[in-house]
Design a protein around this ligand. Structure first.
Ligand SMILES: [Fe+2]
Length: 248
């Protein structure tokens, strides 16, 4: 079995037995995929580790792609290993990061994953803790209820893929003749985000890259999160938030 859901932001209560009773029939060869903003690695706190252990104790394997709300210092520090025919990073024995630009065979399906997204809820910008006047600016924004992020604390440049991840992605897609069953990402192609946001969301290199993928790859369904809604667009693009949908 394979289920897919949207952003969890470190709150895994949707996987409690009462909210997700389907897990009674599942084992570690069954999968739940989180389409980015996993959030389980954020501060390294005791509570955070408790919830990662709790997730590891569920009767299924949790897989996630990266979003824009991840602590990339923690994520990048994890060693990568071969799994499902691609590269993964293991957070716990049965909690794994599906890395960027990878093609996997999971539950009999060919999967392409490419996490990452531009943060779009920070109109007051990114503060640099090493910049002069940082504390003063932060205090002012806090008093005004401003929407900002702090570099290395709540925002990382690594929220978007780097050149080598795009190169890997092209190489791996060519190797499978650009044919997959499912695509898992956090953001979506530009032409789809234009429909979701009515033009409100800015395109970037990643959404434009996904536009190209939507043209030059065969796929059955494209699952993504980021926009905090549950909605199917253009028949094959499935935006998920709290819903948990069975796909295998
Ligand atoms: Fe999110």
């Amino acid at each position: 079995m394979m289920y897919v859901t949207g952003d969890t932001h470190s709150d895994f209560s949707r996987f409690k037995m009462k909210n997700f009773p389907e897990q009674k029939e599942m084992d570690k060869n069954d999968y739940v995929v989180i389409c980015g903003d996993f959030g389980g690695l954020w501060s390294g706190s005791k509570e955070e580790n408790f919830w990662l252990d709790w997730l590891d104790g569920r009767p299924f394997t949790t897989l996630f792609v990266s979003g824009n709300h991840e602590n990339y210092d923690m994520l990048d520090a994890l060693p990568a290993e071969d799994m499902f025919g691609g590269r993964v990073q293991r957070v716990r024995k049965s909690v794994m990061h599906l890395m960027r630009g990878q093609v996997y065979e999971i539950a009999g399906k060919r999967i392409y994953s490419m996490g990452g997204a531009s943060s779009h809820d920070m109109e007051d910008g990114i503060l640099d803790p090493s910049a002069p006047g940082y504390m003063r600016t932060k205090r002012r924004l806090d008093m005004q209820g401003g929407h900002y992020r702090v570099r290395g604390k709540s925002w990382w440049e690594r929220e978007l893929p780097c050149d080598s991840e795009y190169q890997n992605s092209e190489k791996n897609l060519d190797l499978c003749k650009r044919r997959v069953d499912y695509i898992f990402t956090h953001c979506c192609p530009t032409h789809i985000s234009d429909i979701i946001g009515g033009g409100e969301y800015k395109s970037d290199r990643l959404t434009d890259y996904f536009d190209a993928i939507s043209q030059n790859c065969d796929f059955r369904y494209w699952f993504f999160g980021h926009y905090h809604d549950n909605r199917v667009i253009d028949q094959r693009y499935v935006l998920l938030y709290e819903q948990i949908v069975r796909i295998v």
